[in-house]
Design a protein around this ligand. Structure first.
Ligand SMILES: [Zn+2]
Length: 192
């Protein structure tokens, strides 16, 4: 059962470490003005995961430049959060993928598993069908995926590509997929 993994805290802890690494890298790079970055996280109330997520899941890591004449905000890419969406990114991908294929999961069943209502699930399907294929990110990166991925098969085909061959440890495939998609999680990342 492909959704079981997302109900395990260990999966989300692994993603948290990855976000911590991405945040550390951004902090080390500092502000483009040469200033030092200080923590200035955004509060989040993430949905779709298990009830006992690590406390850090209440924060989307972000920084602010310490120079008074700059104060620029730097928000590193994330493998947990997508833009300002409240549901966790992996949930948005998985639920949309489970609605595809020859025997799509019923909306009612997915609502029960992940707590998202029908309208939200339909929004995610529209996001993958209409918004994501139009992003500059996809237009560039689709060229790296061989054989080519048909936009109509998103996001199911991405899951297949990244998780295939990782059957014994799908977490590593998920990490690769979420890292691959992480550029879309920053401000302007979904620009077309
Ligand atoms: Zn600065």
């Amino acid at each position: 059962m492909v959704h079981r993994l997302l109900q395990q805290v260990t999966f989300w802890t692994a993603l948290l470490s990855l976000d911590q690494e991405l945040a550390a890298k951004a902090r080390q790079a500092g502000c483009s003005c040469g200033g030092v970055l200080h923590r200035a996280d955004f509060l989040r109330k993430p949905r779709g995961g298990p009830p006992d997520l690590p406390a850090e899941y209440c924060y989307r890591f972000s920084f602010c430049c310490n120079r008074e004449d700059c104060r620029k905000r730097v928000t590193p890419p994330s493998v947990r959060f997508l833009d300002r969406k409240v549901y966790l990114h992996a949930v948005i991908i998985l639920v949309a993928a489970l609605r595809q294929g020859p025997t799509p999961r019923r909306v009612r069943e997915l609502s029960k598993l992940f707590g998202a209502d029908r309208r939200t699930i339909v929004r995610w399907q529209i996001f993958w069908k209409e918004q994501f294929p139009q992003t500059a990110f996809w237009k560039v990166t689709r060229g790296f995926l061989l054989p080519a991925v048909d936009a109509a098969s998103l996001p199911l085909e991405l899951l297949r590509r990244f998780l295939f061959g990782h059957d014994s440890d799908p977490t590593s495939g998920w990490k690769k997929l979420l890292l691959f998609l992480s550029p879309i999680t920053v401000t302007g990342g979904l620009k077309s």
